[in-house]
Design a protein around this ligand. Structure first.
Ligand code: NDP
Length: 247
């Protein structure tokens, strides 16, 4: 069942590739206006514009490093001028820079925390100020089962994803009385650049871990996000929806 997002403005980070691209397209197809935030890949942004067929009126693409608080403040200043407010925020932008802790460079620890966790705070903080005023909002963090599994070599990534859960728990309680819901979607192994760049033998091992014996599709994650962003999920807050094929 589709949602009617025709009066809704949704900001999606990491909107131009992988899961974020599928989420943006799903919102657009259900009538939303989308502010699509991307990091540095201008070609991917251009491809989304061209391939989706959605124009500037409903798909506004904006370059912004979510880890940079000042840049996020400037982004929201623009959003307020152009849209007044937003109704939905999906904190999807994420990176991984793997390495076992003993060998992990401090920069790689810090950058993953900065983008995945601090980026989520930077966006949520600005969004929630607008949502509190209008007494309505949907905030969704894209976390990961790594937050509880913690594979060797992914301490920075696992910590950042576990941190998003803590952020969700507190923010959900702070906003619940204003009709703002705060939830997480936790995808398993999803076919995007983030995992297809891994060595083939590692992908074979990962697939064996999935009870359904297949990787998920970005569109399957987008469907869960759209559900939580819709009117029918009004009584769901502070929860994690797993889209993992059973992991
Ligand atoms: P991709 O690598 O395919 O895409 C990442 C997106 O994030 C890109 O649009 C990228 O933009 C954007 N991005 C990266 N850094 C920044 C930044 N500093 N500021 C703004 N945007 C940024 O990743 P996925 O689609 O696979 O992952 C999306 C989310 O889902 C992530 O949070 C990831 O941790 C999570 N996830 C993914 C899983 C998977 O199996 N794929 C499993 C579990 C969770 P640009 O290219 O312009 O830099």
């Amino acid at each position: 069942m589709n949602n009617d997002f025709s009066r809704r403005v949704a900001a999606v980070t990491g909107a131009t590739r992988g899961i974020g691209r599928a989420i943006s397209l799903a919102f657009l197809e259900q009538g939303a206006t989308v502010i699509g935030v991307y990091g540095s890949d201008q070609a991917a942004a251009d491809r989304l514009r061209l391939e989706s067929g959605f124009g500037e009126d409903v798909l506004r693409l904006k370059q912004c490093d979510v880890a940079d608080y000042a840049a996020v403040s400037r982004l929201f200043a623009e959003i307020e001028v152009e849209f007044e407010t937003i109704d939905i925020l999906v904190n999807n932008a994420g990176i991984r820079r793997d390495g076992v802790v003993a060998m992990l460079k401090h920069d790689d620890w810090q950058r993953v925390l900065d983008v995945n966790l601090t980026g989520s705070y930077n966006m949520a903080k600005h969004a929630v100020l607008l949502m509190l005023k209008q007494k309505y909002g949907r905030i969704i963090f894209i976390t990961s089962p790594m937050s509880r599994l913690g594979f060797a070599g992914q301490a920075n990534y696992a910590a950042s994803k576990a941190g998003q859960l803590g952020l969700m728990h507190a923010l959900a309680k702070e906003t619940a009385r204003r009709k703002i819901t705060v939830n997480c979607v936790s995808p398993g192994f999803i076919e995007t650049d983030l995992i297809t760049s891994l060595p083939p033998e590692q992908l074979v091992e990962y697939k064996k871990m999935v009870p359904m014996r297949r990787f998920g599709k970005p569109e399957e994650v987008a469907a869960a996000v759209c559900f939580l962003a819709g009117e029918r999920a009004a009584y769901i807050t502070d929860s994690v929806l797993e889209v993992t094929g059973g992991i």
